[in-house]
Design a protein around this ligand. Structure first.
Ligand code: UN1
Length: 514
């Protein structure tokens, strides 16, 4: 794949010799002082970029800049901060194709899905611009005569955003676009597998900031580094909020450290998403939703469909149709038009998928189709697989784990209540769906006695959420909500103001103190 997209975006200039900068605040642009690493394209394993890890000592300097930038940004009126985000959105529109190419290169997404990810960024810009004029609190009646109460929402402080390889742009954008209108400088620590995406976003934002002299450059900052840097960020008092997306293991470590200093974390971690297919379901509709949710993005979305909970009376027919449909899925280079399943991110991911399939077999599973590596007609050096369908018992331990690869476990149920129990019996709680034509089943699924996930859909798949809703989930998914709805409140602090406009000093609760 051509690297001209990097030139067009200006990313090529963000390096010294062959080494890209790892510390970019706008004021400081520096090489990392830690060990060297390279990021590879999952398409063919080619080396795309070389970096030195940014170190915790370098974070200290960046922290000081972020704190200074916060002092300025918090006093700039929110609609002006919205103007910054509006312009960033315009640049993302202008360079949509180039940005999508960087995603395809680093994350291996097929072009339509990479474009869709940039569209999420653009959409959340529009959302955040509107929100920049709606950062409102309540006014509350006071119990005391001559008093008034109100809430205000103020900027919170520098926010750290730790992201995963699979949505290298959208997840940053959800946090950063809202955080910026809320008045918070954003430090991104991207996945080490997708650093060029981070630099592309940085470049787009800095192009805009260059034309807005009142905005401090450091409000959009990036540090590229390894686990040590992540730990230093989590431990740093600079960040009242650390937003982290990725594995449950990573999230647990971040949450513990952040909680240790009584900071806040916003977590979007593992999913083990299920779809219930009722015996009343429109199966043609369900089939299309299942294939996109389970095999799309090569099974590497946190919202990927991993468990298909099917009524026992329709399971055989449905599995047969699914296997046929899976058979016609074109697996191959994500930049070749018509391919629908790109590569896994790397060899480790491939090995984990194979191990999960072996375990599933040992635990009584039957592989209906897929799972094998594809080596013909695909670029050498990439790890391409056929998406797998496995029939297995709902309580086989492997079914309760998230394997970040295209494996869909097919489970069966007899009663709808049992289906909901199966849906809820895993430790993760991100996304869920039901396909049914029964109003009672649909409503029960969305009711307090229904799905325990952050997302519960009816007659659409588990993945591909719109940005307007609050995104995230319960249990081991971490409880955070990002993107739409009232997620902006995460990035602000609330003050309650009580104002006495009378001439007396009555105490609340009727207390007399004289
Ligand atoms: C993720 O995989 O971390 O709902 C995010 C979806 C996308 C976002 C996924 N809008 O599938």
């Amino acid at each position: 794949m051509s690297l001209t997209c990097l030139e067009t975006l200006g990313v090529n200039t963000l390096k010294q010799g062959d080494t890209f900068y790892s510390v970019l605040t706008g004021n400081t642009v520096a090489l990392g002082e830690g060990s060297t690493f390279s990021a590879h394209s999952p398409i063919d394993g080619a080396t795309l970029s070389t970096f030195n890890n940014a170190t915790p000592a370098q974070l200290d300097k960046v922290n000081a800049e972020l704190k200074d930038a916060f002092k300025v940004l918090r006093t700039i009126p929110a609609p002006r901060r919205g103007e910054l985000v509006r312009r960033i959105g315009d640049e993302a529109r202008k360079y949509k194709n180039e940005l999508a190419q960087v995603i395809s290169l680093e994350a291996g997404k097929i072009v339509p899905e990479a474009l869709g990810e940039v569209q999420e960024w653009i959409d959340v810009c529009d959302f955040a611009v509107g929100q920049s004029r709606m950062l409102h609190g309540l006014s509350i009646v006071s119990e005391r005569p001559g008093h008034r109460m109100m809430e205000q929402w103020h900027p919170l402080g520098p926010v750290a955003v730790i992201t995963a390889f699979n949505f290298p742009m959208a997840v940053w954008a959800w946090n950063a676009m809202l955080g910026l209108v809320c008045g918070d400088p954003i430090l991104l620590k991207p996945s080490e597998k997708a650093p060029l995406c981070a630099l592309a976003m940085y470049q787009i934002a800095q192009n805009v900031i260059a034309d807005m002299p009142d905005i401090p450059k450091a409000v959009v900052s990036v540090m590229i580094g390894d686990r040590d840097l992540g730990e230093a960020i989590a431990a740093s008092e600079t960040f009242p909020l650390v937003s982290a997306t990725g594995s449950t293991v990573m999230g647990r470590a971040v949450a513990k450290t952040v909680a240790g200093r009584l900071g806040r974390s916003l977590l979007e971690l593992g999913g083990n998403n299920a779809m219930i297919v009722s015996d009343t379901a429109d199966l043609d509709l369900a089939l299309r939703a299942i294939v996109f949710s389970a095999a799309g993005t090569a099974g590497q979305r946190c919202t990927t469909l991993r468990r298909l909970i099917t009524h026992e009376s329709i399971v055989d027919g449905l599995v047969e149709r699914l296997a046929k449909s899976y058979g016609s899925l074109r697996v191959g280079s994500p930049i070749v038009e018509g391919n629908l399943v790109g590569p896994l991110i790397d060899e480790g991911s491939f090995n984990r998928m194979q191990a999960a399939l072996d375990t599933a077999k040992k635990q009584g599973g039957e592989i209906v189709c897929g799972g094998e590596r594809v080596t013909e007609g695909v670029p050498a050096g990439g790890f391409y697989v056929r998406p797998a369908i496995v029939r297995i018992a709902h309580d086989a331990p492997i079914v309760h784990e998230e394997t970040f690869a295209p494996i869909m476990y097919v489970l069966t149920y007899k009663t709808f209540e049992e289906a909901i129990e199966i849906q809820n019996e895993v430790p993760q709680g991100l996304s869920s769906a039901v396909f049914t034509e029964s109003m009672r089943e649909a409503e029960l699924f969305m009711s307090p006695a229904g799905s325990d996930c952050g997302i519960a859909n009816v007659n659409i798949g588990t993945s591909g959420a719109e940005i307007g809703g609050a995104f995230g989930g319960e249990k081991e998914t971490g409880g955070g909500r990002e993107s739409g709805s009232d997620a902006w409140r995460n990035y602000m602090r609330r003050t309650t103001n009580t104002v006495n406009y009378g001439g007396d000093l009555p105490l609340a609760q009727g207390i007399v103190f004289e």
